[in-house]
Design a protein around this ligand. Sequence first.
Ligand SMILES: C[S@@+](CC[C@H](N)C(=O)[O-])C[C@H]1O[C@@H](n2cnc3c(N)ncnc32)[C@H](O)[C@@H]1O
Length: 213
Amino acid sequence: MINEYTKELSSINAKNNIPKELIEMQTEYRENGVPTILTDGLNELLLMLSIKNPKTVLELGTATGCSGIAILKTLPNAKLTTVEKNHDIRLEAIENFKKFGVYDRVNSLIGDSLDVVMHLTTKFDFIFLDCNKAAYATLYPLLKDLLNEGGVIFADNILFRGYVSGEKQSPKEHRTLVKKIDDYNRLVSVDKDMITSFFDVGDGIAVSCKKIK
Ligand SMILES: C[S@@+](CC[C@H](N)C(=O)[O-])C[C@H]1O[C@@H](n2cnc3c(N)ncnc32)[C@H](O)[C@@H]1O
C-alpha cells in the first residue's frame, strides 16, 4: 500500500523532470518491445545524478538512447560514454542523441560491455549499469577500478520482476539469471570499499558509492 503511494508520487514528480517528448519516445519504444528503464527508476537515476553532479558518466546498455538523453539533459556539463552491443540499436540511439541535441557530449561505443570495459583507461564519476544482468557480478570488479573515489555505480533490475527477492516465484528459464543478479547484490552488500543501498523502485535499483579514503 505504502509502495503504491510512493510510486504514484514519484511518477507525478518524474513528469516534472523528464522532458515530455522523451517520455513519449520512451513509451513508444516500450510498447514496441524495446527495453528502457522504467519511469520511476529513471527519476531515481536523475535524482542521484543531481546530487552527485558527475562530470563523466559511463552507461552500459545504451539501447535507443532514452536514458542517455535524460542523463545529459539533467547534467548540462557532463560527458557520457555509452556502450551497446547491438549495431542497429546503437545507430538508432545516435539518431536520437542528435534529435535531442546532446550528441556532441556522447562517446558511443559498440561491443560487449565486458570487452569494452577491459579496454577503458579513463575513470568515471558515475556508472549506470543496465546491460545484460547476468554479467553484473563479473563486471563489478572492473567497474570498481574504473570509478573515481566518491563515484557511484547505479545498477538497474536488481530485483528482476520480484524474482530475485523471492516475492514472486521465478520461472525455470530465469533461475540462472536470478541467481546471477543475487550474486551481484550480495557482492556489493559485503564490499567494505562501498556504501550500498537497495531500492524497491522500478525493477529494483542498487546504488553503491565508492568510499573516499
Ligand atoms: C535494458 S536495455 C538498456 C536501456 C537503456 N539504458 C534505457 O534505459 O533507455 C539493455 C541494453 O543492453 C544491451 N546489451 C545487452 N547485453 C549487452 C552486453 N553484453 N554488452 C553491451 N550491451 C548489451 C541490449 O542490446 C540492450 O539494448
